[in-house]
Design a protein around this ligand. Structure first.
Ligand code: NZQ
Ligand code: ZN
Length: 392
């Protein structure tokens, strides 16, 4: 194993009825005035929001709610949420939803500590984040892994930038993970979630550092689990076993344990974020539209690693270049079978024009001012070529 620091303090409460512990946990983390953040209404429809509000109120916690977070959540919504939280003297933020809601709640929790600042200044690091407000989540979709990750991703609708912020202050105090709460999520969102979970692992698996065997085994085991259970979950909307396996994978894939001892790559996420910012694409789908082209462009960087992964995940017996290519083909097929796009026309409904490809390249590389990724750092020319390869 190579050197690493692993800090993941989030208390994870997993299993049926785990949401019944919410009030006790908020008290444990010194919450009194709670802001519940939620999305477009699924938690109202399911009755979960009412159930949690009633539980907190009867435990003598003060509760207010903020609904309306949209997928690819917006900075302006966060700034408004901070104003509301300050006016109501909120001291604990509880997200009930998927990654978009959890990321919004993280940002509001930070904003409470920086009353006079635009939250985007924290995201662009003009203001250094050194404190936050306690926050936690009740997860309703297995996907982004935000419930234990050190990351939160926001979109600035004015500049059309989608950016993540990684900081230990993004780790929630606790997270409630009842797989049954994910049953009602739309099939496409579940599929996108599975893709995102795979991608959080792949983005760490392909790294320049070697000799991290335990990390490899964890990553490979996790991906095998997703490949096995994703189709079962999509075919059976109320199957506890598959939903629980995928939910656990979702958190592990992005709390860093699948990448210890290695540098993260995250080029495909960079492509995906720019596609989401421009076309409002769903996160998981934006990744599967780009991963095959990224992989075909860079696999020669470490042919044996691609072939090895194919052997572990898909029992591919060929080694060397043939094995590597088969691995990429099989991964692409897996995403396609989940009903996800594997190229840009399937993602956006059209072939992109030259101006759009150049725009995306500039956004990824700050107009050729920086490279992205670490497994094989990509400059603007590389990025443009990969977008071109995916543009069919
Ligand atoms: O808004 P509601 O009504 O709740 O509906 C949501 C939303 O429309 C719906 N949904 C979620 N759980 C449901 C449900 N519908 C019915 N029943 C349920 N149980 O699903 C839709 C998508 O929700 P969203 O939160 O956007 O999905 P996801 O969890 O995939 O999060 C995506 C966001 O997370 C970011 C992405 O970029 C994207 O903005 N990410 C955050 C990361 C992090 N913080 O560590 C890492 C990821 O790489 C990712 O970038
Ligand atoms: Zn992701």
């Amino acid at each position: 194993m190579q050197k690493f620091t692993f800090y993941c303090p989030t208390e994870m409460i997993f299993g049926k009825d785990s949401e019944n512990q919410t009030a006790d946990l908020i008290k444990k983390y010194n919450g009194h005035n709670v802001l519940i953040v939620f999305g477009g209404g699924s938690v109202k429809k399911s009755g979960l929001l009412d159930k949690i509000c009633a539980q907190l109120t009867s435990a003598n916690l003060t509760v207010s709610t903020l609904g309306g977070v949209q997928p690819n959540p917006l900075v302006s919504f966060v700034n408004d949420g901070v104003k509301k939280a300050l006016a109501e003297k909120i001291d604990f933020v509880l997200a009930i939803g998927g990654g978009s809601v959890i990321d919004t709640a993280k940002a509001i929790a930070h904003g409470i500590q920086y009353p006079d600042c635009d939250i985007w200044d924290i995201w662009t690091k003009k203001i250094a984040l050194t404190k936050t407000t306690p926050m936690a989540s009740i997860v309703t979709l297995a996907a982004a892994g935000s419930e234990t990750s050190d990351s939160a991703v926001l979109t600035n609708e004015i500049t059309k930038q989608k950016r993540g912020l990684s900081t230990p202050f993004n780790r929630p105090c606790f997270t409630i993970m009842n797989p049954e709460l994910t049953f009602s999520a739309p099939k496409l969102q579940k599929a996108c979630g599975c893709a995102d979970i795979m991608m959080h692992t792949l983005e760490r698996y392909f790294a320049k550092e070697t000799d991290n065997y335990m990390t490899d085994y964890i990553a490979e085991g996790l991906m095998r689990d997703v490949i096995h259970y994703a189709p079962q979950m999509l075919a059976n909307p109320e199957d506890y076993l598959s939903h629980s396996e995928i939910m656990y994978c979702g958190s592990l894939s992005h709390n860093d344990i699948t990448g210890l001892g290695r540098t993260k790559d995250f080029s495909v996420h960079k492509f995906g974020h720019e596609l989401s910012a421009k076309f409002n694409a769903t996160h998981g789908a934006s990744l599967t539209a780009m991963w095959p082209s990224w992989a075909r462009y860079i696999y020669k960087n470490d042919i044996d690693r691609f072939a090895h992964l194919g052997n572990i995940l898909f029992s591919i017996s060929e080694t060397g270049e043939q094995g590597a290519i088969k691995t990429i083909n099989k991964m692409e097929e897996f995403f396609y079978r989940l009903g996800l796009p594997i190229c840009l026309s399937q993602l956006t409904g059209k072939i992109l024009d030259e101006t759009e490809l150049k725009y995306l390249t500039d956004m990824c590389t700050d107009s050729n001012q920086k490279t992205i990724g670490s497994f094989k750092p990509l400059n603007a020319e590389d990025v443009y070529t990969i977008f071109q390869m995916a543009n069919h």
